[in-house]
Design a protein around this ligand. Structure first.
Ligand code: UT7
Length: 331
């Protein structure tokens, strides 16, 4: 059986830069607090009328071009987001239309911060079994239209940013190269530790004035709880991926973790004795872009020449669900 390779990457972030000082004008926070606790200095916000599929479109165009392909050669679209343009249909079909792709399948997945690796795993199965040759996988988020710019929501608001990252995947004959494994996990009993409660189909009606006024449509997070689980689960799932391929932490050339909090990633790498220079960070510039963070980081790491052919690259994520996942790739 063939393996799956990343043929090209792309990213897009909106032009509007919002610094920690900008947020401090709207809520009781400070550059010092945000920098110390998260490593974030600034993030990007969309302008009015721009949705998740618009960011995805720009990132996808770049990834398809960098893969040396045209839209006509893409056989399937997978899009990970927790912030779709509309409740339904999903944003993958909007992307299919914006790209001018033919009537290929377009799948939305809802796995929050782990969405990109879940999507990678799905794409890997389709490509290895020969069902599809080229798959476009995108992570895209617009958080800025759904967070609370007030003291009440400050813990979540300061960490999120908007952006999109994309990859194009295709088959590789060399069995030593490409995606070596993916490992996916979930623990739904913690669903309410990081969630948006409303609107929801369990409510009759699913949207009320009271929900609007109480702020039930804003994300809520038990930050400390999520932090602790993230540090433990990310280590576990990286170890799981390494062991499945008879590799050790020292074999990792580059770890591209989900960019939720720089402190989480520093604790994971320290515990696993992965040197700082082998761990990619760009949270300082974009904040947490959820499903988009890994493909954006991967794209930038490649642009900076941090990955050579044959290198072991490990992706790892943890987030709402809880869900967590890893991918081990030989570049
Ligand atoms: O991508 C999905 C996964 N998400 C994550 O992995 C996020 C994980 N969690 C975190 O990154 C951290 O929990 C945060 C950065 C969100 C918060 O850091 P923390 O050290 O856990 O702070 P905390 O929530 O325990 O709050 C400490 C204090 C509280 O004040 P008191 O009770 O000590 O007076 C908060 O009210 O900091 C206060 N606080 C803030 N102060 C200034 C909370 N948010 C802010 C803020 N600015 N933005």
């Amino acid at each position: 059986m063939k393996r799956t390779r990343i043929l090209g990457t792309g990213f897009y972030v909106p032009e509007k830069v919002v610094t920690n000082d900008d947020l401090a004008k709207m809520m009781a926070t400070s550059d010092e607090w945000i920098t110390q606790r998260t490593g974030i200095k600034e993030r990007r916000y969309v302008s009015e009328g721009v949705g998740a599929s618009d960011l995805a479109f720009e990132a996808s165009r770049m990834a398809i071009q960098n893969a040396g392909l045209t839209v006509k050669e893409i056989d399937f679209i997978i899009l990970g987001t927790l912030s779709p343009d509309y409740t339904f249909p999903g944003s993958a079909v909007l992307l299919q239309d914006k790209l001018g792709a033919s009537t290929i399948g377009a799948l939305d997945i809802r796995n929050q911060c782990s969405g990109f690796i879940y999507g990678l795993s799905i794409a890997d199965q389709f490509i290895r079994t020969g069902v599809y040759k080229h798959i476009l996988l995108v992570g895209t988020e617009v958080h800025s239209t759904g967070i609370e710019f007030a003291d009440r929501g400050r813990d979540v608001t300061v960490i999120f940013g908007d952006g999109a990252g994309a990859v194009v995947l295709g088959p590789v004959e060399d069995k030593e190269r490409g995606i070596l494994s993916t490992h996916l996990h979930s623990e739904g009993k913690y669903a309410k530790k990081l969630w948006i409660e409303a609107p929801g189909s369990i409510y009759h009606p699913r949207m009320t004035q009271e929900m609007l006024e109480s702020g039930a449509w804003f994300p809520k997070m038990d930050g400390k709880y999520v932090f602790k689980h993230a540090v433990t689960r990310m280590q576990e799932v990286i170890e799981e991926g390494l062991q499945a391929n008879h590799l050790k932490p020292q074999d990792i050339a580059l770890l591209v973790p989900h960019q939720a909090n720089m402190r989480i990633n520093q604790m994971v790498s320290m515990a696993m004795e992965i040197p700082e220079e082998k761990v990619y960070h760009n949270i300082q510039r974009y904040g947490n872009t959820t499903a988009a963070s890994i493909p954006i980081a991967l794209h930038e790491a490649l642009q900076e020449g941090k990955v050579q052919e044959g290198d072991i690259v490990v992706l790892a994520a943890f987030g709402s669900g809880f869900t967590w996942a890893s991918a081990v790739i030989r570049w």
